[in-house]
Design a binder for this molecule. Structure first.
Ligand code: C2E
Ligand code: MG
Ligand code: MG
Ligand code: MG
Length: 283
């Protein structure tokens, strides 16, 4: 596993797909410890309203600050957590940190809606909804400030569990987003029946929408679909000003991407947010 690590020149070996690899056990043990030691940290990426430019909320994205391996991105350990049952504790940990941060912003006078990602495996977790409501209560965060993001593929893999959980969460006032929309196989009939509030257009379409005509048309079609269903559209992966402008003229409600800001640690986000509010004159 060491050799593979060297060959690939990456920070950590991705053993999540290989159940027989001894490295998997080591990583798993480390991940379990990482949750206890609070080595998992959240970065926050702003979501920007179009066309005003106001910050409409943030997405919390987990990272592993590994003492030796360095910063490990979520794609390298979320799948492992999903395959081993660690995803339950991990998701609760992320929710706890995110809601503590949401409370901090509330106390500073900024009721910023915060989005947390759920994994496919979380959908079948019978205690998740109660635990989310308990955490909201413990942190004193109103349910309408929390958005939970479920990927389109997670919803289609676990359709019954997804509908049941989403119905309960939505009834409690939590916002629900379909993440990476356009990459899965949700039928329009399914989409119409899901208690969702938001569609997040996958960045594979958004990233090239101004240079590849077909992707521009897809983005436009999703924006129109979402509007007709009464949903907020969020475009992910906005990397330049042209894309930002094109989205605004297509009627997309919200944009997220490196062009506005990368995901930032809480202190850096606060500095970015203070400057942005000054620019737009929003106290
Ligand atoms: P996602 O939920 O679709 O999050 C958006 C991803 O796109 C993030 O990657 C973000 O850093 C990246 N991104 C944002 N703007 C741009 C841009 O302009 N260009 C490009 N190329 N990328 C951009 P990240 O943070 O590496 O997360 C990857 C995925 O890992 C997430 O995709 C989500 O599915 C999952 N993930 C992240 N945090 C959590 C978590 O706390 N729990 C769970 N279950 N999954 C998580
Ligand atoms: Mg997401
Ligand atoms: Mg996404
Ligand atoms: Mg994704």
């Amino acid at each position: 596993y060491v050799a593979k690590e060297r060959n690939r020149g990456v920070a950590v070996y991705d053993a999540s797909e290989d159940a027989h690899d001894p490295g998997r056990l080591a990583l798993l043990t480390e991940l379990r410890r990482a949750i206890d030691q609070r080595e998992l940290v959240l970065h926050y990426q702003p979501k920007i309203s179009l066309p005003t430019g106001e910050v409409s909320g943030v997405e919390a994205l987990v990272r592993w600050e590994h003492p030796r391996r360095g910063m490990v991105p979520p794609d390298r350990f979320i799948p492992l957590a999903e395959h081993t049952g660690l995803i339950g504790p991990l998701t609760r940990y992320v929710l706890d940190v995110a809601l503590r941060q949401a409370r901090r912003w509330l106390d500073e006078g900024h009721p910023l809606p915060i989005a947390v990602n759920l994994a496919a495996r979380n959908l079948a977790d019978p205690d998740l909804c109660d635990d989310v409501l308990r955490l909201l209560d413990e942190h004193g965060v109103p349910a309408n400030l929390l958005c939970l993001e479920l990927t389109e593929s997670a919803i289609t893999t676990e359709p019954e569990h997804a509908l049941h959980l989403m119905t309960r969460l939505r009834a409690a006032g939590i916002s629900l987003a379909v993440d990476d929309f356009g990459t899965g196989y949700t039928s329009l009939a399914q989409l119409k029946n899901l208690p969702i509030t938001e569609l997040k257009i996958d960045r594979t379409f958004v990233g090239t929408m101004t240079v590849e005509r077909s992707n521009g048309l897809i983005v436009r079609a999703i924006v129109d679909l979402a509007r007709n269903l009464g949903l907020t559209t969020v475009a992910e992966g906005v990397e330049d000003a042209d894309t930002f402008t094109a989205l605004a003229s297509n009627g997309c409600a919200v944009a997220q991407g490196y062009h506005m800001s990368r995901p930032l640690p809480a202190d850096a986000f606060d500095r970015w947010y203070a400057e942005t509010r000054a620019v737009y004159g929003v106290a």
